[in-house]
Design a protein around this ligand. Structure first.
Ligand SMILES: C[S@@+](CC[C@H](N)C(=O)[O-])C[C@H]1O[C@@H](n2cnc3c(N)ncnc32)[C@H](O)[C@@H]1O
Length: 289
């Protein structure tokens, strides 16, 4: 029942810059409050809650003042400059996903995403709504980057893709997965396709190449799907069930079972379909012709 209180504590601590400010140092609640421009009382309550969540740790100086510092996990995942940072992901969860989830009951009732209620924008064209400003589009790109910095290598190396020398990443966004692919299979060339405004934005911000080609999968070709898989009886995993609700509230998409993907791929003419459960959030399905 109180899971959202925990999430919001994490979101606020990140947004206020608690972990950034404590990186490499230890501070009292009053010094941190001063540095962050926050109330002392509010800061102390937030910090103590973060300690119980094992996001911060404390020790007491010789004068009896409690000093707060980051845990190893916070330094690894909550600091913007860490290579495994989830900061952007947390920010997107707080400012976008959290607001959509406020309307989850309506999403279930209507079977529709809740962009209009949450942000006042029509969502017939989902990516028009999600990319309602360049700032929002860049935030989404950072979200995807932070996910693949952590899980990308697992899904890309789930299968030996080295025989595929020409790889196209459809809807490849700013190229986070493509980068993992190039690093795992340096002999392959990876081309990213996305909406024109994404490509233009990435050209400037993320140094992606725009190359336009026509894609069709011929004999010997294959498709790699990277997805969150539900168990065959829909009984879990919990993360996949929550992501499926998130797909409803945010996109009207859904998470699926391996058998659903097999059926879709078979009907598209793919004959050799392999499923790889990575043991992490995202799994991989390779289908060849
Ligand atoms: C859920 S995101 C996935 C991004 C990327 N594959 C990743 O995993 O980081 C879907 C991507 O599809 C792109 N997209 C949406 N509609 C598209 C279209 N009609 N053609 C090409 N890309 C599209 C979006 O801009 C977005 O980058």
């Amino acid at each position: 029942m109180e899971g959202f209180l925990v999430s919001k504590t994490l979101f606020s601590a990140c947004e206020l810059g608690v972990f950034e400010r404590l990186q490499g140092s230890q501070l009292s609640a009053s010094d941190l409050a001063l540095a962050l421009g926050c109330s002392e009382d509010g800061t102390e309550r937030l910090l103590n809650t973060c300690v119980s969540l094992e996001l911060l740790t404390t020790n007491t100086d010789p004068h009896g003042t409690v000093l707060y510092s980051n845990t190893e996990m916070s330094s690894m995942f909550l600091i913007k400059s860490s290579p495994t940072s989830l900061y952007q992901s947390i920010e997107y969860s707080s400012r976008t996903i959290y607001l959509c989830w406020h309307h989850l009951s309506d999403a279930v009732r209507e079977g529709k995403n809740q962009y209009e209620k949450a942000f006042g924008v029509k969502s017939e064209d989902l990516f028009e709504a999600m990319y309602r400003s360049e700032e929002e589009m860049v935030k989404f790109m950072h979200l995807m980057n932070s996910i693949w910095n952590i899980c990308g290598r697992d899904v890309i190396t789930a299968f030996d893709l080295s025989p595929f020398r020409c790889i196209c990443d459809l809807g490849g966004c700013s190229g986070a997965l493509a980068k993992q692919c190039v690093s795992a299979f340096p002999e392959s060339t990876v081309t990213i396709f996305d909406l024109p405004k994404v490509e233009v934005c990435c050209w400037w911000r993320f140094c992606c190449m725009r190359i336009t080609v026509c894609v069709c999968v011929c004999a010997g070709g294959g498709v790699l799907l990277v997805e969150v898989l539900l168990y065959e009886d829909n009984s879990g995993p919990l993360t996949a069930q929550l992501y499926s609700l998130n797909m409803l509230v945010q996109t009207e998409g859904r998470e699926r079972k391996a058998s659903d993907y097999s059926r879709l791929l078979s009907s598209a003419g793919f004959t050799h379909i392999q499923i790889h459960n990575t043991g992490k959030i995202y799994d991989a399905i390779l289908a060849c012709k």
